[in-house]
Design a protein around this ligand. Structure first.
Ligand SMILES: [Zn+2]
Length: 274
């Protein structure tokens, strides 16, 4: 079975709750994680899905061009990395439109959307209608479980089509004691690799895994910022030095492709069964 390799493509200071107006004050280091990821993907002949933040199109056009040229899938990760559940529908729509315009300049049409912080949950399911109205094919923002900040408990883990025809591809989660753990990100760094691997084997017996990572997780020397809340600080900086080693092993142990490919395989299977 092939699993989805997804990258929330943003710089180290863009996903820690700081407003976009402050971003200009920080050192741009996106190329560090980018170089590692592109080498890894190329070496193992993997096409991945990059959910690119709108602002990255403006600051790093050459990276976007190379990702596109290499044949990876490009999805939308909003423009300014807000918590979507803090936005009004109009504000969310404006975020999506800005991101679409950023992609248009490169001739890119998105099929998929990933909310920053997986921040589509029971409070803002209306966001899925806005994505459908903007011609997205799928969303991959829902965290089936409780991650203390977002998530929907008891939400299905299966890829499925919504009533509005959009497909939902929930991020993979699994249970560790009383926690619903996501397949990637901070959990990938926190858990011992052997345990992570066994959990991924178990959870992918019946369905593909949806794995996620960020470029800054491969840049262990990126600066530390004072004043972050513990909820942001610990998962962001914990065990960064382990990511490269674990990722090198993960791509040997499992077979990966784009999320779009995983979805198409699922759509074909659903079609066969109906
Ligand atoms: Zn993000």
């Amino acid at each position: 079975m092939q699993h989805a390799f997804t990258i929330d493509f943003e710089d180290w200071y863009q996903g820690i709750g700081l407003p976009i107006t402050e971003w200009k004050n920080f050192e741009k280091r996106l190329h560090i994680g980018y170089d590692f990821l592109m080498n890894l993907l190329s070496k193992h002949n993997i096409k991945a899905t990059f959910f690119i933040l709108g602002q990255v199109f403006e600051n790093h056009p050459y990276l976007v061009e190379e990702i596109y040229k290499e044949g990876h899938e490009i999805g939308c990760h909003s423009y300014s990395h807000p918590f979507i559940f803090n936005l009004t529908p109009d504000q969310f729509s404006a975020e999506v439109k800005k991101c679409i315009r950023a992609g248009d300049a490169f001739g890119i049409r998105y099929k998929g959307f990933r909310a920053p912080y997986f921040s589509i949950d029971e409070r803002n399911l209306w966001a899925l209608d806005i994505l459908q109205e903007h011609d997205f094919t799928y969303d991959s923002s829902i965290y089936p479980g409780d991650n203390k900040r977002t998530g929907i408990q008891n939400y299905t883990k299966e890829i499925h089509q919504l009533k509005n025809s959009l497909w939902e591809v929930p991020i993979s989660t699994f249970r560790v004691m009383k926690y619903d753990v996501g397949l990637g990100g901070a959990f990938f760094r926190i858990l011992p690799y052997r345990f992570f691997k066994k959990s991924m084997e178990d959870l992918t017996k019946t369905r593909p895994g949806i794995f996620y990572i960020h470029p800054w997780e491969l840049d262990e020397k990126h600066p530390k910022i004072n004043g972050l809340t513990p909820r942001i600080r610990y998962p962001h900086y914990f065990n960064l030095s382990s990511t490269k080693r674990k990722l090198n092993q993960l791509v040997k142990d499992f077979s990966f492709t784009t999320l779009e490919n995983v979805l198409q395989q699922q759509q074909a299977y659903t079609h066969e069964c109906t």
